[in-house]
Write a protein of this length. Structure first.
Length: 284
């Protein structure tokens, strides 16, 4: 197994842990806590990684300062991350399966958008990305997503749109600056915006900082985000990284059926296995 494949495998495992802990948080604590504990733990992770990657911050920042539109994109990424995380927790509370099936629909759109921005995909990578997109359309009409309320379905569509936008931001920012600078600036923006919007919400701030579930989810998010950003563009294409995260479907959907009674194990397994088969060419 190459280093590129090892990074994809690690991201696969971290994504499973992250989704399960975020589901727990969506039930136990206010949805507005997510942007706070996620940005805080991500910045702590960036600080821990500074001895190895901190040298990337200055040149990345200098490029943003020289081309203000890059800085604007990075700040915008932090703002859209806030929306993504709060809306995501709303959908997660209603259906973990549907939240996880945001990625399959978005990945095909991500591939098309990022191809227009200059990202090169092999025929196998195109097959996996567009295949997952087609599966997600089926899940929208026949899977657990079809059981959701109208508001839940609207939330799903919003998450797909924001996910595609954020992936485009990643492609441009990492390609023109670097992953570490983007990670730091976008999460400083996310933390600052989260604290500003919730400055009067004592309970939200307390749970974000001290609740055990928030801490666990924050650690998983920190690790997954660093592993994801580190390998995007320079090691693995953004669309491939997103596709691998989507390949966790069988595990997540089966656990959702067992733990939270989202349809039957057999039905969830079918949707999950189909998603895995579609992504299999990436590893052959």
């Amino acid at each position: 197994m190459t280093a590129a494949h090892a990074l994809l495998a690690l991201l696969f495992l971290l994504t499973i842990g992250l989704l399960l802990t975020l589901k727990i948080c969506s039930v136990q604590i206010d949805h507005r806590t997510a942007p706070i504990f996620i940005s805080l733990w991500t910045l702590l992770g960036a600080a821990a990684a500074a001895p190895r990657y901190g040298h990337l911050l200055r040149p990345g920042w200098e490029k943003m300062a020289a081309e203000p539109y890059l800085l604007a994109l990075c700040v915008a990424k932090g703002a859209f991350l806030y929306l993504l995380l709060v809306i995501s927790q709303e959908l997660m509370k209603e259906s973990l399966s549907s939240r996880h099936y945001v990625t399959p629909l978005s990945v095909g759109l991500v591939a098309v958008v990022n191809a227009a921005l200059g990202e090169h995909l092999t025929p196998k990578e195109w097959f996996s990305a567009l295949g997952l997109c087609a599966l997600a359309v089926g899940f929208f009409f026949k899977g657990h997503l079809s059981d959701l309320s109208r508001q839940g379905k609207t939330t799903y569509v919003k998450l797909v749109a924001i996910s595609v936008l954020l992936a485009a931001f990643d492609h441009v920012l990492i390609g023109r600056t670097n992953w570490y600078a983007m990670l730091v600036v976008s999460n400083v923006t996310l933390l600052g915006l989260s604290l500003l919007l919730n400055r009067a919400e004592t309970a939200v701030l307390r749970d974000a900082l001290f609740h055990k579930s928030a801490a666990l989810a924050g650690v998983f998010y920190m690790a997954a985000e660093i592993v994801k950003d580190y390998q995007e563009v320079t090691i693995n294409p953004v669309s491939v990284v997103v596709t691998v995260q989507a390949a966790t479907k069988p595990v997540i959907l089966i656990l959702a059926a067992i733990l939270w009674k989202e349809r039957t194990v057999r039905e969830q397994m079918v949707w999950g296995v189909l998603a895995f088969i579609v992504t299999l060419p990436l590893f052959l």
